[in-house]
Design a protein around this ligand. Sequence first.
Ligand SMILES: N[C@@H](CCC(=O)N[C@@H](CS)C(=O)NCC(=O)O)C(=O)O
Length: 247
Amino acid sequence: MTHDTFRFYYWPTIQGRGEFPRLVLEDAGADYVDVARRDEAEGGGEPALMNLLQRRDVGTPLFAPPILQHGALFVSQTAAICIYLGDVLGLSPRDESGRWRAAHLQMTMADFVDEIHDTHHPIAGQMYYEEQKPEALRRGRHFSSERLPKFLTYFERVLEANADSGGWLVGSECSHADLSLFQIVEGLGYAFPSALRRTAAECPRTRALRGRVAERPGIAAYLESDRRIPFNQHGVFRHYPELDQVV
Ligand SMILES: N[C@@H](CCC(=O)N[C@@H](CS)C(=O)NCC(=O)O)C(=O)O
């Protein structure tokens, strides 16, 4: 099963949460189809994604993208997909303790991503930003002042605790967790540049990890390619200067 083509399903015009599994696939040079980015005429587009959410032959029904299909297996939830891909593609720590610690970091990053999303949509994802702006202002400024530094300095402490092993979060090799932390720092650089700058001095190891991941051959090639969708105002990471303010 390891060498089946992966079929990956996510919204076709944003990085969003889909970017976390994409980075694992790209780092590993995996053979995958980003299904909804294909033409509708070829069975792609958003209809492919909507159809998948309705399918009854997928094992456990699926709630929301991102979703990975590998052979007969369908996995959803960003963190679970990254962990699964890490295991199958050699981007998980090899020992049991390390695998669980990388999983715990992946889930902490999922919490972080939810909080990043909720800065611009604190009431409901289905409502426009402009309909929830007063709440977004409170939430966004609290995030910039308190939560962003708390999460980032936590990951810095994780790197410090593992400092003798080459600068990765867990063990002595790059894992799916490192790729996800790279993506979070990239996203914050787009969405919260000012708050990120304020915390940067406290996070030298995280900055170094970001650079090290960007230079990995699979990631460097991906970032240069048109497969990497630029950040935009529709994904999880959105730049509203009024939210990027420390109070
Ligand atoms: N915790 C889930 C969240 C999934 C999620 O919120 N997906 C978004 C796109 S990023 C979506 O389309 N949600 C539809 C919905 O929640 O109704 C994960 O990390 O995969």
